[in-house]
Write a protein that binds this ligand. Structure first.
Ligand SMILES: Nc1ncnc2c1ncn2[C@@H]1O[C@H](COP(=O)(O)OP(=O)(O)OP(=O)(O)O)[C@@H](O)[C@H]1O
Ligand SMILES: [Mg+2]
Length: 270
């Protein structure tokens, strides 16, 4: 499904009445079946954008339209997508299988059918045998896999991922990235993936959208033409290195700007 974001501006109001412009006239066409990564300094509005596209928040101004490429009729925002967050928000009192099957349970799917579908997904994220475990009995990486399976079971055409692997150790992260690449090659969902990692953005994405420091605008869109299927070994290739250098220079300028702005704001308060 295509996602068309046009001139989206988001102004948050804090409790004390001050306003923060998180996104400023953000426009981008996310193409159906494409993996788009969003890279930008802390506070530039990446999570805000994911929440607006997912229909969790309404933009102050601007529009988000979602529709199939061959049928651009606008569907309801939020309906076609599912979100995976950095913190997994699993239900601690539910077992792995009941966490994964939760969405189907809410949709009224019978126990036998939802368990059958949940078992297939649990196996596909490498957790066969852990169906009856509780989240507290799993490692952080395993919990993140459960969160991924819980999102995938809904089989929505759009997957929104907000730093889903940000809290994982380096080895688990690699395994999860390869897992996600495999799932993407099989399902070709439209993916919007927020990350702080330049490597991760290039490894996973068909394009990397580099954002400016707040207020978040698009600084540059880098197409990533590395062939698929991708693997972590590609990080060592010259093509990957050239993309990394380019993204690194863009992002370094913006992070420096963001830090200077934060220091100035802190100085003003003293
Ligand atoms: N619900 C909210 N209410 C008020 N302000 C908010 C809200 N959500 C975000 N903000 C503000 O909007 C700006 C952008 O926040 P956002 O969480 O989108 O940034 P981000 O790019 O995801 O940052 P990070 O990389 O640190 O996760 C920040 O200044 C933040 O304080
Ligand atoms: Mg964020």
């Amino acid at each position: 499904m295509d996602i068309s974001v046009e001139n989206v501006t988001q102004i948050w109001k804090s409790r004390n009445g001050s306003k923060v412009t998180a996104l400023d006239q953000f426009s981008h066409q996310f193409k159906s079946g494409q993996f788009s990564c969003i890279l930008g300094p802390s506070g530039c509005g990446k999570s805000t954008l994911a929440q607006i596209v997912g229909g969790i928040e309404k933009a102050t101004t601007g529009t988000v339209s979602i529709g199939a490429a061959d049928n651009p009729a606008v569907t309801s925002i939020g309906g076609p997508s599912v979100m995976v967050w950095q913190s997994q928000n699993l239900f601690p009192w539910r077992t792995v299988i009941d966490n994964v099957a939760y969405g189907l349970e809410m949709a009224g799917v019978s126990r036998a059918e939802r368990y059958e579908r949940a078992r297939v997904l649990i196996a596909s994220v490498g957790l066969k045998g852990f169906e009856s475990h509780f989240p507290s009995q799993l490692s952080g990486g395993m919990r993140q896999r459960v969160a991924l399976a819980r999102a995938l079971i809904l089989d929505r055409p759009i997957l929104l991922m907000d730093e889903p692997f940000g809290a994982l150790d380096a080895q688990t992260k690699i395994v999860m990235q390869e897992e996600l690449l495999r799932i993407f090659d099989e399902t070709h969902k439209t993916v919007i993936f927020v990350t702080h990692s330049i490597d991760e953005a290039i490894l996973l994405g068909d394009e990397v959208i580099v954002m400016t420091a707040r207020p978040g605008r698009i600084k540059e869109v880098l197409p990533v033409n590395l062939p698929r299927p991708r693997s972590v070994e590609m990080i060592g290739t010259p093509e990957f290195g050239a993309l990394f250098d380019h993204a690194f220079h863009l992002i370094r300028d913006e992070v420096t700007k963001a830090m200077a702005e934060q220091n100035a704001a802190a100085g003003a308060k003293l």
